[in-house]
Design a protein. Structure first.
Lengths: 114, 110
C-alpha cells in the first residue's frame, strides 16, 4: 500500500530535550516536506526536500533541522524544543515536478512541549 | 510569504444545498493550485491539482475552476451531503513551496 508513515503519532516532552520525528514514504517520491498546523492558521511549511541531500527552508524553519540521506526518509529534528513548538506536524511527499502531482500526507504527529 | 485567503472561514448548510468557496492568491510565479479535503482527526487528502488558466476539474459532486490571471479559484459542491463536512484547503505552489490558506470549514446538517 502506497503510504507516508510518521512516528511517533503522539509525543509529550519537556523543554530542551532533543527529539526526532521520523517520516518515511514508499512511493519513490523525490519531493518531501514538513508542515505544522496551529489553530486558526493554515498548514505552514517548515522544510522541504527536492531530492536526496537537497533541502531548503520553508516559511517557519526556525528551531528545526532536517536531513535527507535516503530518498524514502525525511526526519524532522528539534534540537532544543520549546513550548511554542507544540503543534500538529505533518509530513508529505510527491513526485518532483512543476506542481502537476498531488501531495500525500502522513497521519500526523501531535507534539506537546511543556 | 504568499498571502492566500480563503472565504468564508466557515459555512453551515443543510443537506441538499449547493455551496461554493473561494481561494485568492497572488498570481505571480504561479506553478499550480492544489485543493485538499481535511476531515477531523485525519490527514489532508488531495481533491484537485490545477495548473492552467481556465482549468475546470470535477470529481462527483465537487468541481473547481481556476483563474491564474486574477489569482482565484472556486470550489463548488452540488447537493451537499453530511459526509462532505470537512475543512477544504487550497494551496498554491510558488516555485517549490506550498502556501496553504487557513481553510473553509464546511458543516452539512442532515
Amino acid at each position: 500500500e502506497a503510504q507516508v508513515t510518521q512516528n511517533p503519532r503522539y509525543l509529550i516532552t519537556v523543554t530542551g530535550k532533543k527529539l526526532t520525528v521520523t517520516c518515511s514514504q514508499n512511493m519513490n517520491h523525490e519531493y518531501m516536506s514538513w508542515y505544522r498546523q496551529d489553530p486558526g492558521l493554515g498548514l505552514r511549511q517548515i522544510y522541504y526536500s527536492m531530492n536526496v541531500e537537497v533541502t531548503d527552508k520553508g516559511d517557519v524553519p526556525e528551531g528545526y533541522k532536517v536531513s535527507r540521506k535516503e530518498k524514502r526518509n525525511f526526519p524532522l529534528i528539534l534540537e532544543s524544543p520549546s513550548p511554542n513548538q507544540t503543534s500538529l506536524y505533518f509530513c508529505a511527499s510527491r513526485i518532483r515536478d512543476r506542481g502537476w502531482n498531488e501531495q500525500y500526507f502522513g497521519p500526523g504527529t501531535r507534539l506537546t512541549v511543556t | 510569504i504568499l498571502n492566500v485567503e480563503q472565504s468564508p472561514q466557515s459555512l453551515h448548510v443543510q443537506e441538499g444545498d449547493s455551496t461554493n468557496f473561494t481561494c485568492s492568491f497572488p498570481s505571480s510565479n504561479f506553478y499550480a493550485l492544489h485543493w485538499y479535503r481535511w476531515e477531523t482527526a485525519k490527514s489532508p487528502e488531495a481533491l484537485f491539482v490545477m495548473t492552467l488558466n481556465g482549468d475546470e476539474k470535477k470529481k462527483g459532486r465537487i468541481s473547481a475552476t481556476l483563474n491564474t490571471k486574477e489569482g482565484y479559484s472556486y470550489l463548488y459542491i452540488k447537493g451537499s451531503q453530511p459526509e462532505d463536512s470537512a475543512t477544504y484547503l487550497c494551496a498554491p505552489l510558488n516555485f517549490n513551496k506550498f502556501y496553504f490558506g487557513s481553510g473553509t470549514k464546511l458543516n452539512v446538517k442532515p
